[in-house]
Design a protein around this ligand. Structure first.
Ligand SMILES: [Zn+2]
Length: 694
């Protein structure tokens, strides 16, 4: 007699559902809802504590990975994470949608798209895959026409089916314990996320029950477990739903509708499977997915009402039939649409059901560097005639500073440049980060959102437009270079063409002027570095000044005024001669007249040194613009008798000596400082005009 395989005897029921449940019990497959999945995805990655604008907050590394990732948005991300976590733990957030409100072009849509892409990648990993079920062999029932296979329309989890096998929940729990081996606690945990079957799965399961005379093993023969498809364009798992205000758009696009085709096969008109839910966007993400409603308040009113129902009841409802859904609903809206919607009092219930998060622009000009390079584009650029297009090494700085300044509200306590530097974590003279924190606090009391910190200004889209103008201009194409100073003309054009409000326009133009002043200061340093034939000439001198005033105070200083110290960057022992004349000249340039003033300044520098070097040994004081400017001036004066004479020499190249100097500087700019011939010449030309000098 042939021997039967022992495994089959031990476990007579090896239906696909059994095997799936065993995998869940062993931990190789999961049963978790959308919130739990997203929360796990975020929290499994590294979390760092950071200080932003004087306040401690958390940074979630998942949002900082990849070639093009989210920049800044600390408050917004923190708020999103706490929303998801609260919902995952069963808090009130699970009955709410998360809505990002803010100005156009500040990164709302990018954030959600990024989140969705990450979530899809997360679910594609073996241990995280989503599963659902379908009923096969439907022809055996006789009244489904030529429909042989029926997939769960809302991608219900197989565990949901397992919790609804019998009408009596106790019988169900007993099944899970007996056949799969879940202990009481595991069963309870599963039931915390209990949902009934959707209308059609429930109806069909009952049909199968009568066909199989209630024999569970025969019933489970109909069930097949399949992975949920993860194709972005199908809108499964994550789906973006753009706002529709057209007359023709209707709830069908969200919920689905009766399918004539199915009615041709299904003889029983009560069968809810006659509704095709997948025609709507919601069913496709109902199995633990993310539904993204872009510009949610732009939708027709009845569609917004549909959303209200969905968010609150977590159901797709058609003609009284219900399909529970498990989705994270995340939406965006711009300020004006949101305010218009708020003004209509009868729409209050939907706002009640939303966790509103006001998204500000990026206000850190150093972080803006990455955003600006997104706008400039990562590919190698070419001119209209397809020749290589060079990028001025100052372009990113020039554009970043101008856009960030436009986003900083004016305050009486801080100048725009001080605000900008503090918001980037830099030193701003005597002003401390505390002052900025106070300014932000006061501004954030404003009931008008757009008056709060960073809520208004030139957005990423405007910056992109300015870069487009720059690349299409004839100067850029002729010179085959995106010259930094030209970005200001392009930005001015954008402000005039796209900023509707007169006050905003005036402020942004003023900000542009301040930005040009900062650009000018940067060019001064660049020219000195070029003159010295040394990319870091100014930086060296700035550090020398700092080391000298520290050394001047040291006890081990001999009569030769040589100070020996350990270089914090290299750890090497170095000797530095304290040059009193140099120190004095720099301090004169800084406008420090009395002994007392000088002492206060030196104490401040020593304090910064003590604080910064311990955290960052590479800190170089180059963000201390006043100091950099003073050192540059002193050097220009002592080495070439003043910036004026360098300008004179560069501007007047009729004599051989001056031409030589010019050629040598251009050479350094080309070979050591990253310029091309066009931007090197244009930069020197700009330096000679003395424009934007303050
Ligand atoms: Zn260039």
């Amino acid at each position: 007699m042939a021997k039967k395989s022992p495994a089959r005897i031990e476990n007579p029921s090896t239906s696909q559902l059994h095997r799936h449940l065993q995998a869940v019990q062993e931990g190789t497959r999961r049963f978790e809802n959308a919130f739990q999945g997203v929360a796990r995805m975020i929290l499994e990655n590294q979390i760092e504590k950071v200080v932003v604008n004087g306040r401690t907050t958390y940074d979630f590394s998942i949002f900082r990975k990849g070639k093009k990732h989210v920049i800044g948005m600390y408050d917004e991300i923190n708020s999103f994470v706490s929303y998801v976590k609260d919902a995952a733990e069963g808090g009130s957030s699970k009955e709410m949608a998360f809505v990002l409100v803010g100005e156009p072009g500040n990164g709302k849509t990018f954030f959600v798209d990024f989140l969705c892409a990450r979530y899809r990648a997360f679910l594609a990993k073996p241990g995280n895959r989503k599963y659902t079920f379908r009923f096969k062999g439907m022809e055996r029932l006789g009244h489904y026409g030529r429909i042989n296979v029926i997939e769960s329309q809302t991608y219900e989890d197989p565990v949901i089916l397992a919790m609804n096998l019998f009408d009596d929940p106790e019988e169900n729990k007993a099944f899970l314990a007996r056949e799969i081996g879940f202990d009481d606690r595991a069963v309870d945990t599963l039931y915390e996320d209990y949902r009934p079957l959707g209308a059609c799965s429930g109806y069909i399961w009952n049909d199968i029950r009568s066909h199989a005379d209630g024999d569970l093993n025969r019933m489970l023969d109909f069930v097949e477990i399949i992975p949920v498809p993860l194709t972005e364009s199908l809108g499964t798992v994550t789906g973006k739903y753009p706002a529709k205000d057209k007359i023709t758009s209707s709830a069908v696009d969200l919920l689905g509708e009766e399918s004539i085709q199915r009615l041709l096969h299904i003889t029983d008109t009560n069968n809810p499977y006659r509704f095709d839910l997948r025609r709507g966007a919601l069913a496709r993400v109902a199995g633990g997915g993310i539904h993204f409603a872009d510009e949610i308040y732009k939708n027709k009113k009845d569609l917004v009402q549909v959303y209200l129902g969905v968010i609150q009841n977590r159901n797709i409802e058609i003609d009284g039939y219900k399909w529970p859904i498990d989705s994270l609903i995340i939406a965006t809206s711009n300020n004006s649409e949101f305010n218009r919607f708020l003004a209509e009092k009868e729409e209050a219930p939907i706002v009640d059901r939303c966790r509103i998060c006001y998204v500000s622009h990026n206000t850190n000009y150093k972080m803006q560097k990455a955003l600006t390079s997104y706008a400039i584009g990562s590919e190698a650029r070419t001119t209209l005639t397809r020749e290589a297009l060079h990028q001025d090494p100052n372009l990113n700085y020039a554009a970043s500073v101008a856009t960030v300044l436009s986003r900083l509200p004016r305050s009486e306590k801080l100048t725009p440049v001080e605000t900008m530097k503090l918001a980037a974590g830099e030193v701003a003279g005597e002003k401390s980060i505390k002052t900025l924190a106070e300014v932000i606090d006061t501004l954030n009391q404003e009931p008008d959102i757009t008056k709060r910190f960073g809520q208004k200004g030139l957005g990423q889209r405007n910056l992109g437009r300015a870069v487009q103008l720059l690349t299409e201009s004839s100067e850029t194409n002729e010179g085959q270079c995106m010259f930094a100073y030209d970005i200001y003309r392009a930005l001015e054009r954008i402000i005039l063409d796209y900023v509707a409000e007169a006050n905003d326009r005036a402020k942004y133009l003023e900000d542009l002027k301040i930005a040009k002043g900062l650009y000018r200061e940067r060019i001064m340093t660049e020219m000195f570095n070029a003159y010295m034939d040394e990319p870091l000439a100014i930086r060296k001198d700035v550090l020398n000044y700092v080391n000298m005033i520290i050394g001047a105070d040291a006890e081990n200083l001999g009569p030769d005024k040589m100070w020996k110290y350990k270089d914090p960057q290299t750890g090497e022992l170095r000797a530095l001669k304290i040059d009193e004349r140099f120190i004095k000249s720099v301090e004169e340039r800084l406008g420090l007249k009395t002994e007392e003033q000088r002492d206060t300044f030196r104490t401040a520098i020593r304090k910064i040194y003590g604080q910064k070097i311990s955290v960052d040994p590479n800190y170089d004081f180059m963000d201390n613009l006043e100091l950099v400017k003073a050192v540059t001036d002193v050097r220009l004066k002592s080495d070439i008798a003043g910036a004026g004479s360098l300008i004179g020499a560069l501007a007047n190249r009729t004599n051989e000596e001056n031409q030589k100097l010019y050629d040598r500087m251009v050479d350094t700019m080309l070979n050591k400082l990253g310029y091309c011939r066009t931007c090197a010449q244009k930069t020197i030309e700009y330096f000679c005009t003395q424009e934007d000098e303050n």
